[in-house]
Design a protein around this ligand. Structure first.
Ligand code: LMR
Length: 391
């Protein structure tokens, strides 16, 4: 039976990991997959996570199932992190990573039985479309990033979403837009959410980088405003980056609905969806997050580590923008400094990206999206000189 299957190309982002690992050149640089790295190029376990894990090892008393909704303390603490005042009818469910949350929400949307379109930014994270379309959603894109001007095309976005139908879902990035780094500002969020309110569009906000843009509070600006302005929306949340728990697969799906009945029905459907796919989520990562967020000392430790990561990426943004501007003589790279989170486009074409890998051992997504955190004091000059040589 498997003879009928055709070999698929590697995932565009995950395939980069393999290509990088196979490269034996000592000067190689990994600017591919969105994983935080320190100045030595390592992705260390956060000290707050280590401490929480040590405590859990001592205190965990059972390996029995966590239940369909997952760790309830984790859900409660995540809701506090996201909202200053949690909306009245908020339902939450622990998921295997942000991907699990996106898929469960897509399946939930399908359960409403309406023919719905989900609008995604152009561009959006490469895995959004397979994850969401895989559940059966019809995907359309709205203008978002203006490659020529290296910034958000807000007018184009508003114009395209004005064509959406009542009940359509709008996928938004809560902060640190992946792949562009170009975020909505605090003047644009209200205008966008007003459009959603007027046209009865329902946002699905993907929050994968809270704390990596400015800080935990400012990065939740859009989510908190949605809670004030909209009766219904959804959140897909990941703890991969801000807790560094990538391989533990920790995330949450939240639904804000208009009534207690709609809330109860949504949670029952999400639980049924998870039961039909993976039954229930794993325990460890969510227990670590719950332990950290519910303990003042551990939480302060975690916040300070997270701010350190955010600060390091911001400094790398400034260093790279200045070095590229100097090396290229005339080009304006100031957009790199203004963008938020882990990613920015360098503005190179796929041929130039390929040359960087082949000739200089520098790896990035074909779109020229780079993970800023892959830069460090030892490789910045090599990256800048290599980019200069292919421009
Ligand atoms: C990325 O965009 O590189 C990360 O979110 C990792 C992934 O799973 O794609």
């Amino acid at each position: 039976m498997f003879e009928s299957l055709e070999l698929l190309a590697a995932d565009p982002l995950l395939g980069l990991i393999q290509r990088f690992q196979q490269d034996i050149r000592p000067e190689k640089v990994d600017l591919g997959v969105g994983v935080y790295r320190d100045d030595s190029g390592a992705t260390p376990i956060m000290a707050a996570v280590k401490q929480a894990e040590a405590r859990l090892l001592e205190t965990e008393h059972s390996k029995s199932y966590v239940g369909p909704l997952g760790n309830l303390l984790f859900i409660e603490q995540m809701a506090k992190l996201l909202f200053s005042n949690a909306p009245e009818h908020l339902a939450g469910l622990q998921t295997p990573g942000g991907c699990g949350a996106l898929r469960v929400l897509a399946e939930l949307i399908m359960k409403t039985g309406r023919t719905l379109t989900l609008w995604a930014s152009n561009p959006t994270w490469a895995n959004h479309v397979p994850l969401l379309a895989g559940a059966g959603l019809n995907i359309q894109s709205y203008r978002y990033y203006d490659y020529k001007n290296h910034g958000l095309d807000f007018d184009g976005m508003m114009c395209d979403l004005d064509n959406a139908q009542a009940g359509d879902v709008v996928l938004l990035h809560g902060c640190c837009h992946n792949p562009s780094g170009a975020d909505l500002n605090q003047k644009q969020w209200p205008l966008l959410l007003e459009l959603c309110a007027n046209k009865s569009l329902v946002p699905l906000i993907d929050v994968a980088y809270q704390g990596f843009g400015d800080d935990l509070e400012q990065d939740a600006f859009g989510v908190r405003l949605a809670a004030k302005m909209l009766p219904e929306f959804m959140l897909a949340v990941s703890c991969s980056k801000n807790f560094g728990l990538y391989r533990e697969r920790v995330g949450a799906a939240f639904v804000v609905s208009e009534s207690a009945e709609a809330k109860a029905a949504s949670i029952s459907h999400m639980a049924a969806v998870t039961r039909g796919i993976y039954s229930m989520p794993p325990s460890h990562g969510a227990s670590v997050v719950a332990e950290i967020l519910s303990d003042d000392v551990l939480r302060a430790q975690w916040q300070s580590e997270l701010s350190g990561m955010c600060f390091r990426i911001k400094s790398l943004r400034s260093d790279l923008a200045a070095a590229l501007a100097e090396a290229s003589g005339h080009r304006d790279f100031s957009f790199i400094e203004e963008e938020k989170g882990m990613f920015s486009f360098l503005g190179l074409n796929p041929e130039q990206v390929k040359r960087l890998a082949d000739e200089h051992a520098i790896y990035m997504a074909d779109s020229s999206r780079i993970n800023l955190a892959g830069l460090n004091s030892s490789n910045l000059a090599h990256v800048v000189n290599s980019v200069k040589s292919i421009l």
